[in-house]
Each structure stands twice: as structure tokens, then as C-alpha cells.
Design a protein around this ligand. Sequence first.
Ligand SMILES: [Zn+2]
Length: 183
Amino acid sequence: VTLPRGFKAQAERDAADLRKQLGKPEHARVDVGELADILGVTVISAETLVERSRLEELEALQKFSFSAATFKVAERDIIVTNPLRGDARRASDVAHELAHILLKHELSEVRRIDDYAFRTCRPDQEEQATAMGGTLMLPRPLLLRAARGGLGPDEIAEANGVTPDMARYRYNTTGVSRQTARK
Ligand SMILES: [Zn+2]
């Protein structure tokens, strides 16, 4: 699966535009909560809906089966997160879900594990949400500035409260590493 033509550039523009709406420069760190607010999305922990023990059972059944999911309730988008994840994992998951919402993806597929139903997207939309989510949290100007300051992917992840996976993906796919190495 490959991203549609022009997708990456549009994602960068969206990341810049959202920062502008927050009154921040293009290279600024943002928290997913701020992005959710500006997009009119509510983020809640699954713990407010079901008992934590149920979430732990599910986790025991299949590790990482539930990270975050988006539901539409009375025309409002609600992202439900898994409280068993660490802060960085949760931030990356929420960014991924916000990307689905921004991209107006239909959350239609239902997957079932035991008693639990999950809605998942088409593989091409999953790839788009991952690319867009990463761009929202780590847009190119932010990465360039960090890389020029000598930061590697793990340090960038730490400084921005996202997973090393997301930082590595962005660091490698944007060509920021090569660009800074040449200078
Ligand atoms: Zn997804």
C-alpha cells in the first residue's frame, strides 16, 4: 500500500495549520489533548466505561488488541483510550485516531475477539492515519530543528511525548536524517 499522491505535503500543511490555530510556531511541540480540543474531539479513558479488570482480561487475551478507538456519539467524535498504556503510547494512539477523524475515514469494519467488538479500518486508511498522526505530532520543521540540534529519534520521542516507533518512522521517512547529515 502506498500513500496517495500529495498526501504527505497535505499532512504537513494540516500540522502547520493546527499549530497556527493554537498560536504556536510550525516547529512547536503539541500535546494530543490540545489537538483534540481544537478539532472538537473528546478523549476519554476506557476506564470510565468499563472496569479496569475487564481491560486487563482483554489484554491477557490478546496483547495490544485494544489501543484506542473512535466512536461517534450524537455527532461528536469520542476517542476511547486504553489506560493500561503508557503516556507516550497513548499520545501516539490518540494522534492516529485524530488522523482518522481529520481524514474523514469511515470506521466500519468490526472485528471480534471473545466478547469484544472492535472497529478497524481498511489497510490503506490505517497507513494514512499512521502517516498523518506522526506528521501531526512530529511535523518536518520540528524534526529538522531537533535533528540540527543533534537529537536522534529516541530523544525526539522523549522530548515530544510520543513513542520511539513514531519518532523513528518520521525521522526515516522524511529524510531529515540524511538532510542534516549532509550539512
Ligand atoms: Zn486506525
